[in-house]
Design a protein around this ligand. Structure first.
Ligand code: CMP
Length: 138
């Protein structure tokens, strides 16, 4: 069954102009781009998006980083998209991510790890709704 997931090209990858290469990889791997938008999150928006992590020691650093420059938010669609996208991203820490995964190729550190991806179907629904209205997804 076709499934949708949310991706964010984070400020580090966006700054390094890796966005085009990441989009090309999505298309090559069979993901359909159903929505895409460049935005610059406020700290408050980043805190709200990552609210599940608010008790973590890295929360304030993560949310400041996510608000440090423009990002690209994307809705991707494919068969089993959530898991397939997680596989394509690789491990959270780019140093541990398998060769040729997006974080291995484009990530710099556990925080500046190039791309975010939803980790479950339920979270994908919530994260997509956080950024996009139904009318913006094609
Ligand atoms: P992401 O997939 O966007 O989901 C939560 C983010 O928190 C994660 O990617 C990392 O960027 C960040 N993160 C997770 N663990 C750590 C950590 N130990 N130190 C700093 N940032 C982290």
């Amino acid at each position: 069954m076709q499934q949708q997931t949310l991706a964010i090209v984070k400020p580090d990858a966006f700054r390094k102009q890796s966005t085009g290469a990441i989009l090309a990889r999505y298309e090559k791997e069979g993901f359909k781009i159903k929505a895409a938008r460049v935005r610059w999150l406020s700290v408050r928006e980043a805190e709200s998006f990552y609210a599940v992590h608010r008790e973590r020691p890295f929360f304030s650093s993560l949310t400041a980083f996510m608000a440090s420059g423009p990002v690209m938010t994307l809705v991707l669609e494919a068969e089993n998209a959530v898991l397939r996208h997680r596989d394509l991203l690789g491990a959270t820490d780019p140093a541990k991510a398998a060769p040729q995964t997006l974080r291995n190729l484009f990530g710099a550190s556990i925080e500046e790890n190039a791309v975010h991806g939803s980790d479950s179907e339920e979270n994908a629904r919530q994260e997509i709704a956080f950024f996009f209205s139904g009318a913006e997804i094609f």
